[in-house]
Design a binder for this molecule. Structure first.
Ligand SMILES: Cc1ncc(C[n+]2csc(CCOP(=O)(O)OP(=O)(O)O)c2C)c(N)n1
Ligand SMILES: CC(=O)[C@@H](O)[C@H](O)COP(=O)(O)O
Ligand SMILES: [Mg+2]
Length: 707
């Protein structure tokens, strides 16, 4: 790292000779490959931009000039050249972010890892410079060929091309891949432009030779240059970019530092909207990546073998793999089912389906909005599309889900993978908003499976819905062991009832104090909470709604039969499942108090999923601790009268007119009230003894007040 250690900022690059620059590139690769293998990260994309980034920081003067990275997963070299040399805790709590981060450096701008945004940023910054009369600062946006398939990128290009006097430098990092080879007409066009690379070399030769030829040299070169453009038109369709009004520079070898510098200087000196088309190779300099057919080691680790890029320890069965295998079965049974991915065929688990049904899989590029609305079209024409998109990326297709699918009652099934806290990819990758955002979509049904068996079952149930969109959301990583139900209540699974509690013939659990509503992958936490409550003499019923939207009517009834409702979800609390259940209870005149546990509505810094869940209190211990305090605060049970009052109201009101209350269960409720009073006294005694009641976060034993 001898040379790299001397680079504390981009200007330190200026003093290096071309040999030293080549050596620096080698040092960067030698450092990143083993480091990222250990930490996890996007090794393939970063090895593909080593020379490009060196050249870029030599030609432009960051942070005076603004350098933008689209997605930002390829910004490790940028970080190394801007003084951040310790990648040992990359993507971990307190370590470097895997994406640009303003808190880390004045050289970083876009923290959002969602693709196709950089050109819009660039357009905005350029407009701001124009409005403010700033003429001595450049705006440079690096965007991959994959990200260039995103609709936002074309909205921005349309605006950027509109103003010939507003400089924006766009560097297209064309490595012909997103994960898999980039799809679509744009990719084909870029390929066409790549084939004219020979003309670039010919031109370079001509410039060199003719530049030294007196008198006729220059005019001859200019004539040649004109011929090149003409020849390009003959060989390659007139550059789409030039048609748009963008100056096109390239294609240029993105691994040739001098060549990239020359191209970038031409672009800088153009003083208008210009595209530099760099041809790079993902994983360059790392045979394990270059030979990795699947995605050229788009990402690795943690704890992968630096020699091969493969994980050192086998990963467990993932949620995604359960979905992948079930889709194979579905594909064999139903020829109306098709799969749609937004450039993430393998990461979302549609690759096995694709292998068996290549004519029924559609990769639309990084184009989630198009994925959703094209699915609405497919449903209209008689198919049942399964659109698999990470929950966080599905956010950008909200309007398409709402207006193109739900408004038209389209039978489309959305698979929101990576839902909940994902952790290491940082704030913009957590799938933490879906059960709030999509809560408001009329007719959409949302399922949150608690394990693999439920995922398979709920996928089937979703595919049986042809007159409304359905959504199934599940976590990142390894799926838990199947969690059996001990009873059912309506369409819900009862996972645990208080020991010794009688179940009525219809399977309704009665009497305990607390109803714990477990949402999706939080089932393990919910059962842990019930166990901890039982240790404190507090009875709990744990129920898994399975389908969280709409709220199951049986859940309202169950709430009326408990003294406290607790909901636990891996989603923001605001507008989440808990808040919707609370609203349903109010609408039904059930006034059982409800405490919803979920993710706070704030951006969560990168860290391991478990660490983040601990930070936000979504653990059994933390939830149970708070619930013990809440139960103690309820005082002695209000006896039959209180509960009768609560129960009766279920008879009177309801969202769907008069609801049949739990009259049949009322007698059971009364007889158990006595039991509950005794138990509440035990809780109070325990709290008074302050011996085994867990300390509250602020150190004091929870306040216990007798009624
Ligand atoms: C909106 C959105 N959808 C999907 C992704 C997931 N994703 C991250 S990188 C990537 C491929 C990007 O390809 P490209 O822009 O060509 O960059 P490269 O990895 O080739 O350098 C995808 C699909 C994302 N970050 N944002
Ligand atoms: C950069 C990007 O958006 C993806 O590569 C993402 O990091 C993948 O996340 P998973 O590791 O959860 O598939
Ligand atoms: Mg690419």
């Amino acid at each position: 790292m001898a040379l790299l250690e001397t680079i504390q900022g981009p200007r330190d690059l200026d003093k290096l000779s071309s040999e030293q620059l080549t050596e620096l590139a080698a040092e960067i690769r030698a450092y990143l490959i083993p480091t990222v293998a250990k930490t996890s990260g996007h090794i393939g994309p970063n090895l593909g931009v080593v020379e490009l980034t060196i050249a870029l920081h030599r030609v432009f003067d960051s942070p005076r000039d603004t350098v933008l990275w689209d997605v930002g997963h390829q910004a490790y070299v940028h970080k190394l050249l801007t003084g951040r040399h310790d990648f040992s805790t990359l993507r971990q709590e307190g370590g470097l972010s895997g994406y640009p981060a303003r808190a880390e450096s004045e050289h970083d701008v876009i923290e959002n890892s969602h693709a196709s945004t950089a050109l819009a940023y660039a357009d905005g910054i350029a407009k701001a410079h124009q409005v403010r009369g700033v003429t001595d600062r450049q705006v440079v946006a690096v965007i991959g060929d994959g990200a260039l398939t995103g609709g936002m990128a074309w909205e921005a290009l349309n605006n950027i091309a509109a103003a010939k006097d507003r400089p924006v430098i766009i560097v297209v990092n064309d490595n012909e891949r997103s994960y898999t080879p980039t799809i679509g007409g744009l990719a084909d066009h870029l390929a066409t432009l790549r084939t004219t690379q020979g003309y670039e070399r010919f031109l370079e030769w001509g410039r060199g030779m003719l530049g030294r030829t007196p008198v006729i040299g220059t005019p001859l070169y200019e004539a040649l240059h004109g011929v090149k453009k003409g020849l390009k038109d003959i060989v390659a369709p007139q550059g789409m970019f030039e048609d748009l009004g963008l100056k096109y520079v390239g294609p240029v070898d993105g691994h040739d530092i001098a060549g990239m510098e020359a191209a970038l200087r031409r672009a800088r000196n153009y003083h208008g909207p210009v595209i530099v088309h760099a041809i790079t190779r993902k994983g360059e300099g790392y045979p394990a990546a270059r030979n990795h057919q699947l995605d050229q080691l788009h990402q690795v680790g943690p704890d992968s073998d630096p020699e091969t890029g493969q994980p050192l320890a086998p990963a467990g069965t993932s949620w995604t793999s359960v979905f992948a295998d079930e889709m194979v079965k579905v594909g064999a049974e139903r020829d109306d089912v098709v799969g749609i991915t937004a450039a993430m065929l393998h990461p979302v688990g549609l690759h096995k389906f694709a292998e068996r049904h290549p004519d029924r899989i559609f990769d639309v590029g990084i184009a989630e909005q198009h994925a959703v609305t094209s699915a609405a079209g497919m449903a209209f024409a008689g198919l049942h599309p399964v659109v698999a998109i990470y929950a966080t990326f599905l956010n950008r297709a909200f309007d398409q889900v709402l207006m193109d699918c739900a408004l038209h009652k389209a039978g489309v099934t959305f698979i929101a993978d990576r839902a909940g806290v994902t952790g290491n990819d940082g704030a913009s990758h957590n799938g933490m908003w879906d059960m709030s955002i999509f809560q408001v979509v009329p007719g959409l049904r949302i399922a949150a499976p608690r394990d693999g068996a439920q995922l398979r079952a709920q996928l089937r149930e979703a595919l049986d819905v042809a007159d409304a969109p359905t959504m199934i959301r599940f976590s990142k990583g390894a799926v838990c062991d199947d969690i059996p139900a001990v009873a059912t209540a309506g369409g819900m699974d009862v996972l645990r009832t208080t020991a010794g509690t009688a179940l009525t013939p219809d399977g309704t659990a009665l009497t305990p104090d607390v109803l714990v509503v477990s949402v999706g992958a939080m089932a393990g936490v919910a059962l842990d909470v019930a166990e901890r409550l039982a240790d404190q003499g507090i009875g709990a019923t744990v129920v898994d709604p399975r389908w969280v939207k709409p709220v199951d009517r049986a859940l309202v009834r169950l709430a009326a039969e408990h003294r406290l409702v607790v909901t636990i979800e891996d989603n923001v609390r605001v507008g989440g499942v808990g808040s919707v259940i609370a609203q349903e209870l109010r609408d039904a005149g059930v006034w059982t108090p409800l405490r919803d546990f979920g993710i706070p509505a704030r951006f969560l810094d990168h860290a391991h999923r478990g660490t983040v869940l601990e930070q936000i209190g979504l653990t059994g211990q933390r939830v149970a601790h708070e619930v013990v305090g809440l139960v103690a605060g309820l005082g002695a049970p209000g006896g039959g009268a209180e509960r009768m009052d609560r129960v009766e109201r279920v008879d009177r009101v309801g969202e769907h007119g008069v609801e049949h209350g739990v009259g049949s269960g009322v007698e059971h409720v009364i007889e158990h009230s006595v039991e509950r009073v005794e138990r509440a006294e035990r809780v109070e005694q325990a709290a008074a003894g302050a011996s085994d009641v867990p300390e509250s976060p602020n150190g004091a034993a929870p306040k216990v007040t007798a009624r």
